[in-house]
Ligand binder design. Structure first.
Ligand code: GDP
Ligand code: MG
Length: 195
């Protein structure tokens, strides 16, 4: 039920008839507690739900209008047991995504190191593919308990050749921007090298 980046991208007529509206599966990865579920919760506005911690995987479908064009994302929030699945298994989160958001907490250096590890695993698992990845330093609101600087996050993203943004899921800072950035990354890939 997941469609890959298959559209030709040639029909930019602005008349959206469904066919041009491709679904992209965006997977959230990162250590437990870094704020993945809180970030995904931006798409959960009409549901009053508190018990997400007990669920292993949640998928949100959302359509974002970015630069005047709609793109529908399936945002997959992975739970703890999910992350334990070996990369080889076909339902491993490392395999099922069309794009990735790797999250760490700026208040937790170990989660920052895990993010690098995840990036390396992802590259190994999906070698041939040029998949969009955004590195996210979440909990930027917790100024006093910060352990990872913005500069470190940015430098890490340079090394790992991905985009970078700091967010605060609780204050909803940069969360919209994160997902819009993801849409732009996806479109860049879709359109290939020419314009
Ligand atoms: P997950 O395990 O990665 O899904 O993390 P959760 O989304 O469940 O968040 C773990 C804890 O961190 C919860 O208590 C959240 O309220 C808290 N949290 C998540 N994002 C932020 C943030 O941006 N700032 C602050 N201060 N707390 C956050
Ligand atoms: Mg969670």
């Amino acid at each position: 039920y997941v469609l890959g980046p298959r559209g030709s991208g040639s029909s930019e007529s602005g008349v959206s008839e469904g066919a041009s509206n491709i679904l992209f599966k965006v997977v959230l990865l990162g250590d437990p507690g870094v704020g993945k579920s809180c970030l995904a919760a931006i798409f959960r506005e009409d549901q009053e739900k508190e018990s997400s911690e007990h669920q292993q995987q949640e998928v949100y479908e959302c359509t974002l209008t970015v630069d005047g064009e709609d793109t529908t994302l399936l945002v997959v929030d992975t739970g703890e047991s999910e992350a334990q699945k070996p990369n080889g298994s076909c339902d491993s989160p490392m395999r099922l995504g069309n794009a990735y958001i790797i999250v760490y907490s700026v208040t937790d250096r170990a989660s920052f190191e895990s993010a690098s590890e995840l990036r390396i695993q992802l590259r190994r698992t999906r070698q041939a593919e040029n998949i969009p990845i955004i590195l996210v330093g979440n909990k930027a609101d917790l100024v006093r308990s910060r352990e990872v600087s913005v500069e470190e996050g940015r430098a890490c993203a340079v090394v790992f050749d991905c985009k970078f943004i700091e967010t605060s899921a609780v204050l909803q800072l940069n969360v919209q921007e994160l997902f819009e950035g993801m849409v732009r990354q996806i479109r860049l890939r879709r359109e290939g090298t020419d314009t």
